[in-house]
Design a protein around this ligand. Structure first.
Ligand code: SAM
Ligand code: MD0
Ligand code: SF4
Length: 361
């Protein structure tokens, strides 16, 4: 289909999607099979046209605070799984607050508080509630939490105390593949937490991994799964093998498939938030992902931060240009700029309103 199209036809296709046309499984399959640089360029172009219709040149920025790297789980892909013999840290409340405060007035639209499933918090959720409440009070910014699977009651308390967004990635919506990735964890409990959070007024983010043994059929299953989870934000990340984990020896794929899937996500979720993570390939990688149709930059950290990312392409680098200033400078160099806080707050309140209306019906 798009192989033979000229610019005018590519624009036409973008318009069809903007009007509400949806991709069939065959369309998705065809796009996933694209392999030449020229074809990917065309796919990225359609995705950018769609993004510009909904968001113009504006980008949202999230700051990432990985405040505890302790975890009780055994995800085979993750460096921080409990069996990996690594150095870990847990910041105290003051340390967390000081990082969050340093992100004020830096054009950051939301703070993402992320942790492993650390028993210190999971067994005493009020500790997390307290942190969320303080971060909200001190920064006045929307707060995303990425705490793993929490029970319904805890999700309610976190929401009542200032959590706006729940990030909880299924990794795959193919239950067989899930078993190999999130070893010993319930597929449905994870999906339920997201569903429940959405119902009580959170915005939610779901995500999938690629390069982790997902074939075309499994990838389509995951993309359809993302649609079912009615998320406000949808992500794909390339799996990066991590030392000391069961998948350590798996071959690392390039970001080619991720870039393709980001564009497909834009075609399937035209007006949703789609991130370009700095954690995979830094600020150059950010540009490729934005060019593929992403409209959020995630994993921004203070310039002097020693905190971990989840993938950490820059674990051994001295310079980590993942701070707000470097990101914004680079955005401007490609003709994009940070959106206003009002624009972001509007997305959150619209989504909240829609879920609460749906819950009443
Ligand atoms: N512990 C919480 C959880 O698992 O939901 C919060 C951390 S979560 C934000 C970490 C996410 O990073 C995973 O859900 C996965 O999508 C991604 N991730 C972890 N290890 C990765 C790796 N080696 N390569 C790519 N993505 C990875
Ligand atoms: C990122 N390291 O965006 C972050 C993380 C958690 N909500 C986000 C995966 O790359
Ligand atoms: Fe723990 Fe999250 Fe890593 Fe899984 S992905 S091992 S739950 S930190």
């Amino acid at each position: 289909m798009i192989q033979d199209m000229e610019e005018r036809e590519l624009k036409g296709l973008a318009q069809e999607i903007i009007k509400g046309n949806e991709l069939t499984d065959d369309d998705i399959k065809e796009l996933l099979y694209l392999s030449s640089d020229n074809d990917i360029y065309k796919l990225n172009y359609i995705a950018r046209e769609i993004r510009e219709h909904f968001f113009g040149k504006k980008v949202f920025l999230y700051s990432f605070v990985y405040f505890s790297t302790y975890c009780k789980n055994n995800c085979t892909f993750c460096y921080y799984n409990r069996s990996n013999d690594i150095d870990r840290y847990r910041l105290d409340k003051e340390e967390i607050l000081s990082i969050c405060r340093s992100m004020k007035n830096q054009n950051i639209h939301m703070i993402d508080l992320t942790m492993g499933e650390d028993p210190y918090f999971h067994n005493n959720p009020e500790r997390l509630v307290d942190i969320v409440q303080q971060v909200k009070k001190d920064t006045g910014l929307p707060v995303m939490i990425s705490p793993g699977v929490m029970d319904d009651d805890t999700l309610i308390r976190l929401h009542d105390n200032g959590a706006d967004f729940l990030a909880l990635y299924q990794e795959t919506h193919d239950p067989e593949l899930y078993k190999n990735l999130r070893k010993g964890q319930s597929f449905t409990a994870r999906a339920h937490a997201r569903e429940f959070a959405k119902k009580i007024g959170y915005c939610v983010e779901d995500g999938i991994l690629t390069g982790v043994g997902n074939d075309i059929v499994s990838t389509i299953q995951s993309l359809r799964g993302l649609q079912r989870s009615k998320s406000d934000m949808v992500r794909v990340m390339t799996f990066v093998p991590q030392g000391g984990t069961p998948l350590e020896k798996m071959k690392q794929e390039s970001s080619f498939s991720e870039i393709k899937i980001i564009s497909i996500l834009r075609l399937m979720f035209p007006d949703k938030l789609i991130p370009a993570s700095l954690d995979l390939e830094g600020i150059d990688g950010m540009v490729h992902r934005l060019n593929a149709g992403a409209n959020v930059v995630t994993s921004i950290i203070p310039w002097d931060s020693s905190l971990e990312g989840v993938v950490n392409y820059d674990r051994n680098l001295k310079e980590r240009d993942r701070d707000p200033k470097s990101v914004i400078r680079r955005l401007r160099s490609i003709g994009m700029e940070p959106a206003s806080q009002e624009d972001f707050n509007r997305i959150i309140s619209m989504s909240k309103k829609r879920s609460l209306e749906a819950a009443v019906i």
